[in-house]
Ligand binder design. Structure first.
Ligand SMILES: [Zn+2]
Length: 79
């Protein structure tokens, strides 16, 4: 297989973009994974936004800051 100079130049220009795209995809996946892991063990208060640790099988937990009740998976009526 013989490459012409223009094909070589196109490859030189295109490869960094592919590299950036693959790197971006992997960072996106890693970010999602850490976010899911964090959501499994921590809860964000719907009133004050504080993150606090929560047990695994707890349906309703109380925020240590503002004593608001937080329902796992969001409140059905309030969204
Ligand atoms: Zn709170």
């Amino acid at each position: 297989m013989i490459l012409s100079l223009s094909q070589l130049l196109v490859a030189i220009v295109t490869l960094p973009f592919l590299w950036i795209l693959v790197d971006w995809l992997f960072s996106r996946l890693a970010e999602r994974r850490t976010q899911r892991r964090r959501q499994r063990v921590a809860r964000e208060c719907h009133l004050c936004g504080k993150h606090y640790p929560e047990g695994r099988r707890v349906k309703i937990s109380t925020c240590p800051d503002c004593d608001a009740l937080n329902v796992r998976g969001g409140h059905r009526k309030l969204g």
